[in-house]
Structures are given as structure tokens and as C-alpha cells.
Design a protein around this ligand. Sequence first.
Ligand code: FA5
Length: 327
Amino acid sequence: SASKRFEDAINQTDHQVLEETRVEFLGAKSGKLKEAQKGLGKVAKEDKPAAGKRFNEVKTRLEELFQSAADVITGGGKKGKVEALDVTLPGIRPRLGHVHPITQTIDELKDIMGRLGFSAVEGPEIEDDWHNFEALNIPLEHPARDPLDNFYLNIAAASHGGGNQLLRSQTSTVQIRVMEDNEPPIRIVSLGRVYRPDEIDATHYAMFHQIEGLLVDTNVTMADLKYVLRLFASSYLGGDVEIRFRPSFFPFTEPSVEVDMRWQDTWLEFGGAGMVDPNVLKAVGYDPEKVTGFAFGLGVERLCMRRHGINDIRYLYDSNTKFLAQF
Ligand code: FA5
């Protein structure tokens, strides 16, 4: 029957057979539909509008079915024709994302410290009072704990007498975690995010990264600290970097210093450092009579910006791919 042939035709994959069937039904001169159209003339006058409408519906539907059958055969090309592929046209290169400059810096710093024998460890960004303050010799009434200087969370700590948890304000927290779980000698670095409600400007952001270094062993001195920092900075910035210590104060180191580095004839401060305070060693159960150590904490953004000549920290964080693609 006609409907069976129609069904077979639109379900098979030979373009030639499909076309023959299309001509049989929709052909302009002698297609079945043309014949049906002639029959419309004999329809009673009052039924003509309805019959004409129905005829057009059937015609449109058949055309659609043939078209989609043709599309199936040609893979969806326009009007059933196979679209020509011009292999000589230049290709469209997909835009590749890449590693963020801060992540690149972190990987590189980790690598450099690894070669100096420091293994990388991580600590949580949500910290308790004990690791962010108490064990670091920052007592309850210390101004560093001011709610205006920290992002406190509405979650009580599970241990160490409760107290509100907070987003860590420094990576020095990791010193405590490592010493609590390990016996000396210790030789670690920790790189990660820290948070402070600082006013944002060219050199300050409310979220930034620090690299923390800690070495605890017998007979560790300030000279070891300076030597490691010099090797570290020279490897990262390139060339010979001079290190300068300026007296400072941190509750968890004694003595404490600000670390300046001279690179390309300019001195710049990169962070703090010092000899681990005996109170900190005691807090983690070490004997300050037997071991000593040094610790340092530097700004990762500051290192990255110095090396690449970036003059505003905000460039690193406003997701402008034109800027980021340079690195
Ligand atoms: C500290 O955070 C100490 N924990 C460092 C330390 C570690 C001292 C171990 C002794 C022993 P400070 O608050 O100065 O120190 O921060 C260190 C560095 O972090 C700064 O020198 C700066 O490079 C960077 N930094 C501080 N605040 C911001 C900020 N808002 N945005 C970007 N970088 C910052």
C-alpha cells in the first residue's frame, strides 16, 4: 500500500530510494498529493475551507517527515545536502585555561624548599583558638585576637576548651599542628590561604597566601635561618638576593625579625621570622633545653608580585583572563 511504501522509505538509509518516494508523494507534476489536490475541486463549496486546511496540514507534515529522514541520512546538514568541509581553512583553536600565577608560585616555592629538605604539609583553613593563638603564645587579652582583626566563625571548637573557631589569620598555626604530631627534628613548609579583614589596597587583600617554614633540631641558630632564606630567595627571584633582618616582635618567636630582601637593587619586606619561642616548644611538649628552631612566614603574593613586576595585588584576584594569561 502507499502508506507502507511511505513508511519504508522514510525509515531506510538510501538517499536514492528516499528521493524516489518523495517524488512519488510530493512531486510537483504527478505526485500523489498533486492528485489529491485536483480532487479538492469536487468538494462541496461549504466544505472547501476545511478540506483545504486539512490538505495543507498533510502536505506540510509529509514535507517535514521527508526532510527529517533526509537529515538523518546526511547527518543533519542544511536542506539535506552534505556540507562541504574545506580542510584548507584555518582551524579554530580552543582557548586553553592555565594555572593561576599564585598556584604557579606556590608550586615553585614548594619545589625550592623541597630541594632544601623541607617537606610540604597542609593545615586547615578553619582553625581553633588554640592553634591560631594560645599555643603560639598569644594570650587571651592579646590585641591580635581582636574581633576586628579576625574572621571569627559562629562555631565553637571541639577541643582545647571550646572558644570560637576562626578563619586562620596566619600559617603559623601549622607549626603547632606539625609539632604536636611529630618529634624533632622537624623540617617543614606550609603554603596556604589565610584571612584578615584588612582594608583592601594595592598590597593588601582580605584573603592571601603565606609560606611558613619551620626547622627544629639541636643547635639551630639565626645564621641557619638567614642562610635558608637567602638560598630560598635567590632560587625564586634569580641572582644573588641579600637578606636583611630588622628587629621586630612576634609572640611565638624570640628574637623576632622582619625579613627584607634586596633584589635588583631594591629592598622590600616579605614577612616575619625568628627563633621559635621556648613557650611554643613547651606548649607542644618539646624540651626547650634540648632543641631550638627557627620559623618564618612570608607573603606569597608579595613574592609573586616582586618577581613579575605586578604592582597591585587586586590584579591577581579580579579574574581578568587577559591579565592572567600573561603568566
Ligand atoms: C605573620 O603573619 C607571622 N605569622 C609571620 C611569622 C611566621 C613570624 C613565623 C615569625 C615566625 P605578618 O602579619 O607580618 O606576620 O604577615 C607576614 C606577611 O604576610 C607580610 O609581610 C605580608 O607579606 C603578608 N601580608 C600580611 N597581610 C597581608 C594582606 N592583607 N594581603 C597580602 N599580604 C599580606
